[in-house]
Design a protein around this ligand. Sequence first.
Ligand code: SF4
Length: 134
Amino acid sequence: MKRILTTCGYCGCGCNFYVNVKDDQVIGVSPKPNHPVSKGQLCVKGWQGHSFVNHPDRLTSPLIKQSDGTFKESTWEEALSYIAKSFKKIISKKGSDAISVFSSARCTNEENYLLVKFARSILKTSNIDHCARL
Ligand code: SF4
């Protein structure tokens, strides 16, 4: 079994744990003792939130919805180009306030800062919200 030290990705607290890997499969986590944030403990999400890693239903590439409602697998380049074109189309037809941006508690402060900058400077909207506000 390999143990890989990492930071939990479930919220912005920054707890540290070892991911326990056997035969290229994640089989569990072990909290890092004496870590200044987690102090050898984890919440239930930190303990249990790893089953998605090897789940067969996990998406491993972007999907673009087609006009008939089906989804077509695409590359990241195709997906990001599609998103950029769609943003431009919506803004030209309805204005910047037709777009809103919704962030996540799973992002770091730095990622949330970048998203706010992207929304206000590039998309020109102040419609920004965050799931941790609930
Ligand atoms: S273990 Fe829990 S509190 Fe710690 S970072 Fe993960 S989700 Fe947040």
